[in-house]
Design a protein around this ligand. Structure first.
Ligand SMILES: C[S@@+](CC[C@H](N)C(=O)[O-])C[C@H]1O[C@@H](n2cnc3c(N)ncnc32)[C@H](O)[C@@H]1O
Length: 205
């Protein structure tokens, strides 16, 4: 099937911003509007098993995180998945689109409400102090490597998952992730697959 206009925008924005993060200022408005419009139907249009590789990657983390961030959380399923895998973790889900966050808050199970919260924010400039998180996870989300290097605590991990591998509109090949993360001192790379889904984790020394 031919990619939609929105999927093409997501692909162009991802490639541009990974190559030149300063270009984000051109894409921020259109990407925010696009996901705001998709928010109400997001859960019904995603591919089935979209977090399969994300979950498999969580199982490979070197240590259970205590403070976790799901960036570009959308309607929150990544944040809920982390909270389910790691019952001791406090989890924040951040997104640009208020409509996505409204859905995520509405879906939050009562049993998780004391340790899962959702906040509006931009992954390019996050309002968190340096070394705030033991895990920063991304499912189908454009990475901002400089902010990641700043907010991940020593010994912490980053996770990047793509629901349908290289066919995902927002996709960064593992070699590119390794290159950008390696420049910033991350290592111990692990790649996983689950059907068409792919993921990579890396650790900050
Ligand atoms: C493709 S959706 C993925 C949502 C969810 N992670 C999932 O896999 O179902 C990308 C999400 O990232 C959000 N997003 C895009 N750029 C962002 C940024 N710079 N900061 C925060 N959220 C962003 C969008 O609003 C959207 O909800």
């Amino acid at each position: 099937m031919r990619p939609s206009l929105g999927q093409r925008l997501a692909r162009v924005a991802t490639n541009a911003v990974v190559a030149k993060p300063q270009l984000w200022r051109l894409f921020r408005g259109p990407i925010r509007r696009q996901f705001e419009q998709l928010a109400a139907n997001w859960d019904s249009i995603r591919s089935p098993g979209h977090l399969a590789a994300y979950e498999r990657a969580l199982a490979r983390l070197p240590e259970p995180p205590k403070r976790a961030l799901d960036l570009g959380t959308g309607t929150g399923d990544g944040a809920f998945t982390i909270a389910t895998h790691f019952p001791e973790a406090d989890v924040v889900g951040v997104d640009l689109a208020p409509g996505m966050l409204a859905e995520a808050r509405r879906k939050t199970p009562a049993a998780m409400a004391d340790r899962v919260r959702f906040e509006e924010g931009d992954a390019a400039h996050l309002p968190y102090p340096d070394r705030s998180f033991d895990l920063v996870a991304h499912a189908n989300m454009i990475p901002f490597f400089a902010e990641l290097a700043r907010i991940v605590a020593p010994g912490g991990s980053v996770l990047f998952a793509f629901s349908v591998g290289a066919q995902t509109p927002i996709y960064v090949p593992p070699a590119r992730l390794r290159e950008e993360l390696g420049k910033r001192g991350f290592g111990d790379f692990v790649e996983v697959e689950a059907g068409p889904a792919t993921a990579l984790i890396a650790r900050k020394p």
